[in-house]
Design a protein around this ligand. Sequence first.
Ligand code: ADP
Ligand code: ADP
Length: 232
Amino acid sequence: MIEIQNVNKVFYQAGREIKALDDINLTIAEGSIYGVIGSSGAGKSTLIRCVNLLERPTQGKVFVDGTELNALSNKELTLARRKIGMIFQHFNLLSSRTVFDNVGLPLELAGESKQAIKAKVESLLELVGLSEKRDSYPANLSGGQKQRVAIARALASDPKVLLCDEATSALDPATTHSILELLRKINKEFNLTILLITHEMAVVKSICSDVAIIGGGKLVEQGAVGDIFAHP
Ligand code: ADP
Ligand code: ADP
């Protein structure tokens, strides 16, 4: 579902070259929950942002559902991105919009009708357990509730892939657990492929089928979670 081929990313800062990603190759199967783990500065964020081309790789190719994203024009890329949902550590909700209008935003932008938006948003709010909060504003929600809204919004365009950028790092352990359970449920229900980055081993062990470890922009190890982490 996601194929990352020989991806390199170089940043230039104050005349210096920073090699954030160094020849990364990854294949992420349809329906898997794939974790990328590494310490701060390892390149996790750059890697996940290369999957929807929020960052353009300096070299290499990125395929999602058979489409080579880095070969698309900006207009084509906008359409292709509808296949890719994303959630963030700090949720990125729009504070001036209600829960309902945050979730409906991608559908509005895609020009969907009012009735279509209403039906879709209501079903998504039910899925994430927030029907009661439809008219609330983000400021009046807990962190876990905000992340549920962000998940509903990310699912609005029926994506095939969900990218999670440290999605539970701002949450307490109990809330983290409930958000991971929700991710597991949508992975099963929609056969949604999930790529998540985290610095927390517990997150990977709790929901991932596969894991890649990165350090200094390089892939250190990858494989099935059960094979990579030895059991005591
Ligand atoms: P992680 O997500 O694992 O913490 P990042 O992908 O954010 O790592 O960063 C990897 C490296 O790339 C770091 O050395 C970071 O400072 C550098 N980097 C990331 N984004 C930029 C940028 N926009 N400009 C310059 N350097 C960057
Ligand atoms: P950043 O990630 O730096 O906040 P972005 O350009 O990614 O900036 O996002 C700008 C705003 O657009 C965000 O504050 C968020 O509310 C909204 N947004 C981001 N991603 C999505 C998405 N997948 N669907 C709908 N809205 C989004």
